[in-house]
Each structure stands twice: as C-alpha cells, then as structure tokens.
Design a protein. Structure first.
Length: 218
C-alpha cells in the first residue's frame, strides 16, 4: 500500500490531494492535517498529534470520523509528523508521500527534510517524498537512478546532504556532468532540466536531495 501523510502546514501550499488518491492509498493525518484530509472529502485511516491547532468543533468531527486517533502531549521528544512516519514504516509501505510539511516556519521545514534522512527510512528502499504545490523533494543514496520528463515540474536540482557526493554523473540533462565531486554548500546542480524524455543520475558515495520544481503554482 501507498501511504499519504498530511501534516499541518499552510494549506495554500497543498496540491490537489484528490489527484493522489486511489484504492491503493491510505491517508494519515497529523494534527490539523487530519481535518484537512476530511475537508477534501477523503477518509483518513489514522491520526497522530497533540491537536492543539484544531478547535472543539473540528476535534469532534475528527473523533467521529477517524477510527484510530493517537493523541500525545505537546511536550515530547518527537514531532507529530515523526511519530506518524515511524508508525507508517511499521506497515511495510510501498511508498510514502508527505504533504503539508513545507511553507510557514523554516524550523518545521528543515526538521521535516531531516526526517527523510532517518536510517530506518533511507535504508528501507521505500520511495518517500515531500510534496507541495510547486515541489517534489526526495533523498536518495548512492547508485544509478532514472528520472522522467514532467512538464509540470521541469526543473531538477541536486543538493548534497552529506559533506560531499562523489562522482556525480548526469546524462540526458541540459547541463550534464561526468564523475564530479559535489560538496555541501555548492550550487552547481541547482535548476537543471532534462533535454529528453528521461535521464539518469548516478554517484558512488554520499546522500543526495533531488528536487523537482515548477516556477508557478498555477
């Protein structure tokens, strides 16, 4: 099964959630994100959070409509999103999409990006992404990876998440590379584009963030 997690970030950054729904998708709400799922006419299978961002009427709806609600105290070691993600990983997911995790507070955004670096997630082979109305963001380990043309997200950026990414090679791109070592802090691989229907990127050591972006939210 695929799991779609909706956190409580600003709703203006959310894409159309219904476009990601299928019979193979389970929806999980995090804090106010569970109310957002319900507002979009979708049925969350579970909810996680301290729910300090919902009012009494919204909380009553959540209690009435969601079978499994996991509540926590605001003072805890993990964020609500981390708790939800850890639970999803116990369900042997095929893939994980996370919404409502960008925009607003930068500390929340940076923490959410760090969640993609969790050893249990990164080493699991499960494709996981942060998705908003303009961006798809994922983190990958060394190896060869294929990407396909997407007219709605034509820009592709590669950002080192470790001190260096070794022997990065880009083929099928407007700005190709061949066995380049890219160091954290470099902007060399920002805003590239495919020049054919598909391309590959490969590297031998390190961890790389891959961001597919569009200029506009329209």
């Amino acid at each position: 099964m695929e799991y779609c997690i909706v956190a409580g970030g600003p709703e203006k950054y959310l894409p159309d959630l219904k476009s990601f729904h299928s019979e193979n998708v389970n929806w999980i709400g995090v804090d106010r994100g569970v109310f957002t799922i319900l507002q979009n006419g979708l049925e969350p299978m579970g909810a996680f959070g301290d729910f300090d961002s919902v009012n009494d009427i919204e909380w009553s709806l959540i209690e009435d409509r969601v079978k499994t609600v996991n509540t926590y105290q605001p003072e805890k070691d993990e964020t609500d999103l981390e708790l939800a993600l850890n639970w999803v990983l116990t369900q042997n997911p095929e893939s994980i999409k996370i919404f409502g995790a960008t925009g607003g507070r930068l500390d929340h955004f940076m923490g959410n990006v760090q969640l993609l670096m969790q050893p249990d997630l990164l080493g699991s082979g499960v494709k996981s992404e942060l998705i908003d109305v303009q961006n798809h963001l994922r983190v990958v380990e060394a190896g060869e990876h294929m990407v396909f043309e997407s007219p709605s997200h034509k820009y592709i950026s590669f950002v080192p998440m470790t001190g260096s990414v070794e022997n990065l090679t880009l083929t099928g791109f407007k700005y190709p590379l061949k066995n380049r070592n890219i160091f954290r802090g470099s902007t060399l691989c920002i805003s590239n584009e495919l020049i054919q229907s598909s391309g590959t990127f490969s590297f031998t050591n390190g961890i790389l963030m891959v961001i597919r972006s569009s200029d506009s939210t329209s």
